[in-house]
Design a protein around this ligand. Structure first.
Ligand SMILES: [Zn+2]
Length: 262
């Protein structure tokens, strides 16, 4: 974009399109930019903590000696879910339950390891399958929001950017601001989704721990390890929720400062 920087001249903050653009963007985004820093740091720390806790308990075997896949199968069968298949999924910490396929997906390290970490993660994913079977309301709400959230996220980014640029055009600032506000509205759907994810995840872990104890798949000394791995995993969802909420707050504050400055 060479046209944005005037050749030969020193970039003057008050003169030249490039700097005008930077200042306009700054006007929009600089206020309250620092708000998003703490949750971003928290999210990084939560990821680091999950990886270190998971790798620590990947070295600790269970007395029972069953693999993650065997534990998952056992809990599924004992809960009348023999029809729910267990598939392998590539990657690390990619384990999940897919409600649309009614299937448990375990990563290689979870499926074939007999560690406390593998058993805990496998039981957690089965916890989601049990939620599905019991029509747990929060899971139902989360499932309903999945397709909406996908669209809302894309639309919100587009509206926020478009709203910003259009609001700079002569006579169109009102229209641009409306688009910006609409973008914030769509972003709040994403934030709501992240919020609903929390009870779903904590509930799946609670079910996992109860099943592991009830079926005697972990002994009391191993229970603490399972608890630590699942708590570390849950914390990453807390961090994601905090990030989304803070971004929403920042967008609202920016919109308000736009109003005040007009
Ligand atoms: Zn989960």
């Amino acid at each position: 974009m060479p046209a944005l920087v005037s050749a030969g001249a020193q970039p003057d903050p008050t003169n030249g399109n490039f700097w005008k653009l930077v200042m306009m963007l700054g006007f929009f985004y600089a206020p309250y930019w620092w708000i998003v820093i703490p949750p971003a740091l928290f999210a990084m720390w939560a990821q680091f903590r999950l990886r270190s806790t998971h790798s620590e308990y990947s070295q600790v075997g269970t007395q029972h000696g069953l693999t993650g896949a065997e534990v998952a199968r056992e809990i599924l069968d004992r809960n009348g879910l023999s029809g729910v298949p267990i598939h392998e999924v590539p990657g690390e910490l990619t384990d999940h339950y897919d409600p649309s396929k009614r299937a448990v997906f375990l990563s290689e390290s979870t499926a074939y390891n007999t560690s406390v970490a593998a058993v805990g993660v496998a039981a957690h994913e089965v916890g989601h399958a049990i939620q599905h079977k019991e029509a747990y309301s929060m899971l139902g709400l989360r499932m309903a929001l999945v397709p909406v959230t996908g669209i809302a996220t894309t639309v919100s980014n587009l509206l926020i950017l478009l709203g910003f640029f259009i609001s700079q055009l002569r006579g169109l600032s009102g229209f641009g601001n409306t688009l910006f506000l609409l973008g914030i509205g769509f972003f709040s759907i994403f934030a709501l989704f992240q919020l609903i994810t929390l009870p779903v995840e904590y509930d799946a872990s609670a079910r996992a721990k109860a099943q592991l104890q009830r079926l005697g798949l972990v002994n009391p000394s191993e229970h603490e390890g399972v608890d630590r791995v699942l708590s570390a995993a849950a914390l990453t969802y807390v961090a994601a929720m905090a990030s989304a909420m803070t971004q929403l707050l920042q967008l609202i504050l920016v919109a308000r400062s736009r109003d005040d400055n007009r």
